[in-house]
Design a protein around this ligand. Structure first.
Ligand SMILES: Cc1cc2nc3c(=O)[nH]c(=O)nc-3n(C[C@H](O)[C@H](O)[C@H](O)COP(=O)(O)O)c2cc1C
Length: 122
């Protein structure tokens, strides 16, 4: 097993998501120690943040990003933008202490049904 760790983030929660399959394939082809993030986190709410701080699921995600040697994100295109699921998770992570993305190599890919193949999602 490689020492290099790769975290995969799928912008789709669907079990059979093509974007989930893409990050898994990226993990397989890279030969890295691959793990998959869970974006099933609460919707960002400033009141929740003020009352309770960062949700545990968001902190876990931020810690996974910080710990990974590299991250691969694959998101569907929803109405000519990235998925709301991914945007919500990125917004939450931006509220955590430190900067888990600092100096992090990130690859961004997309599987979408449209003719432009996700070009407007990333
Ligand atoms: C709400 C919604 C909006 C969508 N908008 C777009 C779009 O703007 N462009 C596109 O190429 N596909 C669009 N699609 C199709 C998705 O790209 C396609 O369903 C994709 O396979 C979803 O990713 P997944 O397989 O990882 O779940 C949309 C799908 C949904 C549900």
């Amino acid at each position: 097993m490689s020492d290099f760790s790769l975290l995969g983030i799928s912008g789709s929660l669907r079990k059979e998501s093509f974007n989930r399959k893409l990050i898994r394939e990226a993990g397989r082809l890279s030969g890295a120690a691959f793990s998959e993030a869970d974006l099933n986190v609460p919707l960002y709410d400033g009141d929740v943040e003020e009352a309770d701080g960062i949700p545990a699921s968001v902190q876990t995600l931020a810690d996974q990003i910080a710990a990974a040697d590299a991250v691969v994100i694959s998101t569907p295109e929803y109405n000519q933008a990235l998925s709301g699921v991914l945007k919500n998770a990125l917004d939450w992570v931006s509220r955590t202490d430190g900067n888990p993305w600092k100096d992090k190599p990130v690859a961004i890919i997309s599987a979408a049904a449209g003719r432009t193949g996700g070009a407007r999602a990333t």
